[in-house]
Design a protein around this ligand. Structure first.
Ligand SMILES: C[S@@+](CC[C@H](N)C(=O)[O-])C[C@H]1O[C@@H](n2cnc3c(N)ncnc32)[C@H](O)[C@@H]1O
Length: 188
């Protein structure tokens, strides 16, 4: 699949999003909620998997870019950290049978085509425990009609009918593109 190939190629260089530092929003979440099990959807080279594991979370990462997962495995080994890493598609999650207290997504969901987002949300519902959290960072799409890339307001409304929106923090990414952090909770 073309998207997988393009993402994989990025990881043969240093992709612009791979700064190697976890964002304050994740650190704040870790400070606020007790450690449990977490899965990073579209985990890239594992920076946030490592942060979660260091903070006492039982951490898992999934990414379809095999090169990213290879780098993540090297980083974990170097730091002597244990976490599960899977090469897999977040819209299918075939190898994921457990349920998690937290699903983290920094920049993956917003890159999916519409049909992929639907499948992702079905999987998310399956792999989260009741009341589990979904911490999402996404670009925003100013158009009123949902389309790739970014999240449109109508789409956020649709998601909020399936997952309870606990908080939202609007901002801008490096290139001044509108973006937001969302904290959703799976409804019972
Ligand atoms: C912008 S990067 C962010 C990576 C990481 N979350 C971070 O903050 O460094 C998006 C990631 O999502 C992954 N990705 C995109 N679509 C995916 C899919 N359908 N299944 C699994 N991973 C996917 C890409 O390979 C890439 O690593």
């Amino acid at each position: 699949m073309l998207r997988r190939l393009i993402f994989n190629l990025w990881y043969f260089r240093k992709p612009p999003w791979d700064g190697g530092v976890s964002p304050p929003e994740l650190l704040e979440f870790i400070k606020t909620y007790p450690a449990g099990s977490a899965i990073d959807l579209g985990c890239g080279t594992g920076t946030n998997v490592i942060t979660l594991a260091r903070a006492g979370w039982q951490a898992t990462g999934v990414d379809f870019a095999s090169k990213a997962i290879r780098i993540a495995r090297q980083k974990l080994k170097k730091e002597n950290i244990h976490a599960d890493l899977h090469i897999g598609d977040v819209t299918k999650l075939e190898s994921i049978t457990d349920q998690y207290d937290l699903a983290l997504d920094i920049g993956c969901f917003h890159s999916l085509p519409q049909y992929g987002r639907r499948d992702y949300l079905t999987q998310l519902n399956r792999i989260l425990v009741p009341n589990g959290y979904w911490l999402l960072y996404s670009f925003l799409n100013p158009n009123t009609i949902p389309s790739t890339p970014g999240l449109a307001e109508a789409e956020i409304d649709t998601i909020s009918s399936q997952f309870k929106l606990l908080s939202r923090q609007n901002g801008f990414e490096k290139r001044e593109r509108p973006s937001a952090w969302f904290l959703f909770q799976k409804m019972l």
